[in-house]
Design a protein around this ligand. Sequence first.
Ligand code: NAP
Length: 284
Amino acid sequence: MVQILDGKKLSKKILEKIAENVKEAAFSIKLASIYNEKNPGSKMYVGMKVRRAASVGIDSEEFKIDDTWNTDQVLRLIDKLNHDDSVSGILVQSPLGQHIDESAVFNAISPIKDVDGLAAYNQGLLFENAEEKHVVSATPAGVMALLKAYDYSFTGKNALVIGRSVLFGRPMSILLTNADMTVTLAHSKTPTDQLQQFAQTADLIVVAVGKANWFQLDHLKATATVIDVGANKLDGQTVGDVVFQKTAAQVSWITPVPGGVGPMTIATLIQHTYELAKFQHRGE
Ligand code: NAP
């Protein structure tokens, strides 16, 4: 019988702990979020993060851009927020728009305010396996926290990560490598027959392709764990990238959608905001 990795339950516990820490903190904490207000998804995701931040006593400020903004204007906004001592963390909700150079925007965020760990400096530290010194992108960091909370034993096992985005797949594959797993990073150019072979021998399968109910391979290991990162809108519902029933019938552990990775992403982001504020306050 498959068991559920319950991100909703764990994220609640994490947020309760942050709320206690915030109450005792002798410093102010504020999350600044930048997003394109013409993108309904971005508006919704930022809204969820702002509400969760408020629920633990963390202030927020929203900076809405639209399709008339250019890269220089966003860079000037980031510079202002980098120098604003009342701002502890800066979140850039992608996509900002096709006309914006997002890589330049992420890299302009001060590494000590980079709540999503997407600036090249923080990604470099991830490559160096210097995790304690920097922030890792909230979704892969949330997946690691979820697995660790269930005492997942990483060492020497095979992981298959499907999807190689800078936001998720790449940092996920490095985190699992740093945790001593043998990692295969698959993408859209991976031939289907090879993907099937990798999946058959994987102890951990992490799916992040952004296609509703896409993953439905057979012959998975009975002891495998499947993490569904997908958050797709289908007929007004949020559905994952994994066909849940078919996959759950084959493996030992699985994340649901909703209630798996999504709440962990938000809780992790809020935790990063608190930790960066603490770090800035100490001046370390
Ligand atoms: P993305 O930037 O669109 O990347 C998708 C990746 O999937 C790409 O690397 C792409 O390969 C790969 N891919 C597409 N079709 C494939 C196929 N047929 N076979 C193998 N690989 C394929 O997406 P993302 O930002 O990583 O997000 C992925 C999913 O996670 C989305 O559903 C997103 O909504 C969700 N997400 C959820 C959370 C959360 O908190 N729950 C957070 C972030 C993202 P190529 O590189 O070759 O194009």
